[in-house]
Design a protein around this ligand. Structure first.
Ligand code: DGL
Length: 264
């Protein structure tokens, strides 16, 4: 069986790359729903439906033992329902994890935290809720950045810089001490973000945190881990071809990786 990693588009590839670097021995399959990206502006019902479909595909067709939802929007809008309703009924022995809690755990030590995320993640209030559970004194400020994901998918990072200035301004006015990149696409813009943020603002970026947490989870769950095959295999499945995605896949995973187009 394999480890499945899912995102609406290319953002989760950054998590895949970091997880695979830490645990190269396992077999992985990545699903990017590039046909329907961005998820950020969709209704909670639509996000749940698409996430359930993706998880179902990864379990049934790709034989995954565990799925990591490397998308904050899907984690915020669908993860709980998947864990509480879908899994017990359909796959009681498999697991689905998200990426939000590890970032909230890291952020909670700061007294003033900014969140940059999609409209859906911001509306769900998941980050403020989770941070405040850990530190009820923390001040948490959010701003939605709806233009960033489409620009990142198209590889237009320079244009994204102008939008970043606009989106980060209200957070910086609140004198934040840490900024959560609350969308797995945003680490691609880390260089641009660093240009804008003062040096004393800590950037919390999930690809630096999630792999270790995921490894710890696997160590605590041998019933799952012992089923994962170790052939160092990687399969990347997308629902629509985009040129930037292909470029990134070749750059990060080499030209030998086969990209499978799923018609759905
Ligand atoms: N990578 C997704 C996230 O972390 C992007 C969301 C989108 O598709 O809008 O939220």
């Amino acid at each position: 069986m394999k480890i499945g990693i899912f995102d609406s588009g290319l953002g989760g590839l950054i998590i895949l790359k970091a997880v695979r670097k830490l645990m190269p021995e396992y077999d992985y399959v990545y699903l990017g729903d590039t046909k329907r990206v961005p998820y950020g502006n969709k209704s909670p019902q639509a996000i749940f439906k698409l996430t359930k479909k993706a998880v179902n595909y990864l379990f049934r067709k790709e034989n995954c033992a565990i799925v990591l939802i490397a998308c904050n929007t899907a984690s915020a809008r669908a993860l709980r329902k998947i864990q509480q309703e879908y899994l017990p009924k359909n796959f009681p022995n498999r697991k689905v994890l998200g990426v939000l809690i590890p970032a909230a755990e890291m952020a909670c030590v700061y007294d003033s935290v900014g969140i940059l995320a999609t409209v859906g993640t911001v509306a769900s209030k998941t980050f403020p809720i989770e941070i405040k559970k850990l530190n009820n004194q923390a001040k948490v400020f959010q701003n939605a950045a709806p233009r960033l994901v489409p620009l990142i998918e198209e590889g237009k990072n320079e244009l994204a810089l102008l939008w970043l200035l606009k989106y980060l301004k209200p957070l910086l006015q609140k004198k934040i001490r840490a900024l959560i990149l609350g969308c797995t696409h945003y680490p691609i813009l880390k260089r641009e973000i660093k240009k804008i943020l003062p040096k004393n603002v800590k950037i919390i970026s999930q690809e630096e945190i999630v792999p270790r947490k995921f490894k710890e989870y696997l160590a605590r769950h041998p019933e799952i881990t012992k089923q994962i095959s170790k052939k160092k295999d990687l399969r990347i499945v997308i629902t629509e071809e985009t040129s930037n995605l292909k470029v990134l896949i070749r750059k990060w995973f080499g030209s030998a990786i086969s990209i499978v187009l799923l018609s759905s």
